[in-house]
Design a protein around this ligand. Structure first.
Ligand SMILES: [Zn+2]
Length: 841
């Protein structure tokens, strides 16, 4: 049996808020629910683009009401978003969101699938999305998911017919699903998959529509719904004590890094799905109408169905172990099913039900949460039969070792504890997320091991097979090796057992700016994966840069301990940038990755290996003015970035804004969305304008026109729009090449707009008073020029600048052109020699 199947098996427990890694402790109700699902042979796949797109009401309804095997195919892992619960962004955020999806599926009873597509950020339309993704590769992954999961019914979250009305990733997910529906059964499409999967034709494709597609509830009432099914997703499940929509709310509340914690809902509620293609609907409001979802679907399945239906009908809630003999009969028949897909799936399900009915407790817990290749680890096996059934533990084996004979008769409720030794393979790969092992492109992860494509996470490296004989029938149950421990303030806890490298090293800053030729001390934190690590560390660096000393010795006594080494980095004279990365040399081996940990209560503990490198940037920025006041908005790192290039920056709270305080500064910068998020700012606006009038410069970064907390954003007329340029490489035209902001003190050229990240900018003004000079023009492909990204106006003796350019994204990425342009905005009018280059009044 393939081990990877194990992670496809999920079970809704009667108490859904168990800590993320706790083993199943099922009640009779859980067993009964699992039995009902065992007796249903239908499959549904829900398709969308991101973590949180999925309609958990419908996934839970299909899984718990229809009893169907239900999957959610999220094309991406959501790396591109914000994180409301911690500092992780990009790849690490994708790891958190992957785990939040798995946590949601543990609650709603679904399974989780992915493609290799990367959430690269906002995209206006599917044309752009499919260009940045490798369309063919993502389509191939959707086809693969369908061929492997074999859904009868596919439901798209988004409409494939309305590009441009929502995020391009959304429409793309629906378009790819629409195309893959037919390709999955086409032997000329991706034929290299066929050995692994075979062909598959889903029967029906739906779109999960709703009143919002029609503008209002009223409009929707008038719509002809003969092509739609309506499902009451508020049904109540007495065995769970929960309504379907309550389960759905609990599931979507797992998306905590997106702030999705929410109130639960109860009571009848209609959900609509619109038929798109496949076998025509029948007049009975049933997604599976005309599709055989009983045991007769498989050859010789009728006899299995006869046994299992009886067990379901006469289920003994007070003593479910009485059903073990009948379940074993069915288990033996299931082994003879010729269709490998159903045989594997249903074998796993029924084995799980047999262990649950017998109250069997099987666990393999390592003495440590992580180990390194070649190490041996003590593993404690707990084996317990809590029924009168005749069960023998014949032997056990680790997946990389020979089986060890035991022949233990497991009498009722007698606990056995077996101490075993797991020898970690010398060439065992670390247990980091597989999609981050190699560097991918902007739009795609690179996955070398093709058998991993689509899996939610890297399969665990080590399992124990418990070879049992239950009433004379051999049954093997596999369990991942875990780590069990307790904390005085938390109680019993579980973590995955992980393999880490013997050494790793990380740099604390992702971008290090050198504003002058002055050297900087850079700390390197080396972590040991084992006891008694001895070696040395060197730093790879670009030509023209120097690092001292050339190498430093590392000596760490205990596993898990860290040692910090400080290297001195000297930049070149002229502007330059490159990458530095530490390398730990241990014997013949060298290690250049950082070991990062993610620890939240709602998801399992994660260790992630990422390339350990920092961008070093030597800037030669000329500046006029030195003292900057910063008013924080929604939070950005712009103040730290300005400090890195030598400004003296002070954060001002709204109550600190007085004429006397403002007098201390040369310029004032307003953080992103400050007028959306800082209530008191509107009362200070006149003081800020007075500051400009008296000769100060004021730079306002992007705000959202929706919920703007100020009547007068600028001293002159300005109107914010939703215009944005999402292509970070969009061509930039200089509308006013002589404008000081492009010339002084730093000469800005086209090259300053190279290497930008994620986007050019957002929420640009679309109309403004004549006092403003628009300086730059840019647009996404196929759109009209947008001229409002940088507006400059003289006001009294100073300058007011409004800019929607995404400096808050470019600074942390070390984009030198962004720093130079910002320095020019702050320097406006600060040099009398240049004042003949006045802006137009
Ligand atoms: Zn989305």
């Amino acid at each position: 049996m393939k081990k990877t199947l194990l992670c496809f098996f999920s079970l809704l427990l009667s108490f859904p808020l168990v800590q993320a890694q706790q083993p199943q402790k099922p009640s009779s109700n859980d067993i009964y629910d699992a039995l009902q699902k065992l007796n249903f042979l239908g499959t549904v796949l829900y398709v969308a683009a991101h973590p949180d797109d999925e309609n958990t009401r419908l996934i839970s309804y299909m899984s718990n009401h229809e009893k169907a095997r239900t999957g959610y195919l999220a094309l991406t892992r959501g790396d591109g978003g914000q994180n409301l619960i911690g500092p992780e962004l990009r790849e690490l955020l994708g790891v958190i969101r992957t785990q939040e999806l798995l946590a949601a599926r543990r609650i709603d009873g679904g399974e989780q699938l992915f493609t290799r597509a990367n959430d690269f950020g906002y995209s206006k339309n599917p044309d752009e999305t499919l260009k940045i993704w490798n369309k063919d590769a993502v389509l191939s992954d959707v086809v693969l998911a369908i061929r492997k999961f074999k859904p009868d019914v596919i439901i798209n979250r988004f409409d494939h017919r309305t590009p441009g009305t929502t995020h391009g990733h959304h429409t793309s997910s629906a378009m790819l699903s629409f195309e893959a529906f037919d390709l999955a059964n086409d032997k000329t499409a991706y034929p290299n998959q066929l050995d692994q999967t075979g062909l598959w034709q889903p029967k029906r494709l739906f779109f999960n529509t709703g009143w919002w597609m029609y503008g209002s509830q009223e409009n929707f009432e008038k719509v002809d719904k003969s092509n739609m099914l309506s499902l009451d997703i508020g049904v109540y499940y007495p065995t769970k004590g929960l309504s379907n929509n309550e389960i759905a709310s609990l599931a979507s509340s797992q998306h905590l890094c997106q702030g999705f914690g929410r109130l639960s809902q109860r009571g009848a509620q209609e959900e609509y799905i619109e038929f798109l293609k496949g076998v025509p609907l029948q007049n009975n409001n049933d997604v599976f109408a005309g599709i055989n979802t009983t045991w007769t679907r498989v050859n010789n399945g009728a006899a299995i169905g006869d046994i299992l239906r009886k067990v379901e009908t006469h289920f003994n809630f007070t003593n479910p172990s009485v059903h073990v003999p009948e379940l074993l009969k069915a288990f033996k028949l299931i082994q003879k099913i010729d269709d490998a897909h159903w045989r594997n799936l249903k074998s796993q399900e029924i084995k799980n039900i047999i262990t649950m009915c017998a109250g069997l407790y099987l666990e393999a817990s390592a003495a440590t949460n992580w180990a390194t290749p070649g190490e041996s680890v003590e593993v404690s096996l707990e084996v317990l039969n809590r029924s009168a059934q005749n069960i023998i533990l014949e032997s056990f084996k680790f997946n990389n070792s020979e089986s060890e004979p035991k022949h233990l008769e497991l009498s009722n409720n007698k606990r056995f504890s077996i101490e075993a030794t797991l020898q970690i393979d010398k060439d065992q790969k670390p247990s980091s997320p597989y999609w981050l092992n190699e560097k991918g492109s902007l739009g795609m992860y690179k996955v070398d091991n093709t058998s991993y494509i689509g899996l939610p996470e890297t399969p665990r490296a080590y399992q124990v097979d418990f070879n049992l004989i239950i009433d004379n029938v051999p049954v093997t149950i596999s369990k991942d090796v875990v780590y069990r421990f307790s904390k005085p303030d938390k109680g019993e806890l579980y973590r995955p057992f992980e393999i880490i490298p013997e050494a790793s090293a990380k740099l604390t800053e992702q971008v290090i700016i050198f504003d002058t030729k002055k050297q900087q001390d850079i700390p390197v934190v080396v972590k040991s994966g084992r006891d008694n690590l001895e070696g040395f560390v060197t730093i790879d660096h670009p030509e023209g840069w120097s690092v001292f000393p050339e190498k430093q010795k590392v000596s760490i006594k205990n596993k898990g301990e860290e040692q910090t080494l400080v290297f001195t980095v000297i930049p070149p004279e002229s502007e330059d940038e490159g990458i530095i990365s530490p390398v730990v040399h241990v014997g013949e081996k060298h290690y250049s990755k950082a070991l990062l940990e993610i620890d939240y209560e709602h998801i399992p503990f994660q260790t992630v290996l990422l390339p350990s490198d920092s961008k070093v940037v030597r800037l030669n920025i000329k500046k006029r003015g030195e003292k900057i006041a910063y008013i924080q908005g929604a939070g950005d790192v712009v103040p730290e970035s300005l400090r890195q290039i030598g400004y003296n920056v002070r954060i001002l709270a709204p109550e600190e804004i007085t004429p006397e305080t403002l007098e201390l500064f040369d310029a004032l910068v307003v953080g992103i969305r400050a007028y959306n998020t800082v209530d008191g700012l509107k009362f200070k606006q006149q003081l800020l304008f007075d500051f400009v009038n008296n000769g100060g410069n004021m730079v306002v970064q992007y705000n959202n026109s929706y919920r703007l907390n100020v009547d007068q954003l600028a001293p002159y007329e300005i109107h914010l729009s939703r215009n944005r340029v999402t292509d970070e490489n969009a061509e930039v035209t200089f509308l006013d090449p002589d404008n000081p902001v492009l010339n002084y003190p730093n000469k800005i050229s086209e090259s300053d707009f190279e290497g930008w990240t994620q986007e050019r900018g957002l929420y640009f003004p679309d109309t403004w008073g004549n006092e403003f000079t628009p300086v730059l023009s840019m647009n996404d492909i196929g759109e009209s020029p947008k001229n409002g990204s940088l507006l400059v106006a003289k006001y009294g003796k100073g300058y007011y600048v409004y800019t929607g350019l995404s400096f808050f994204r470019e600074f942390p990425a070390g984009v030198s052109g962004a720093y130079r342009l910002f320095a020019n905005m702050l320097s406006l009018g600060k040099d009398d020699m240049k004042s003949n280059k006045e802006l137009k009044q």
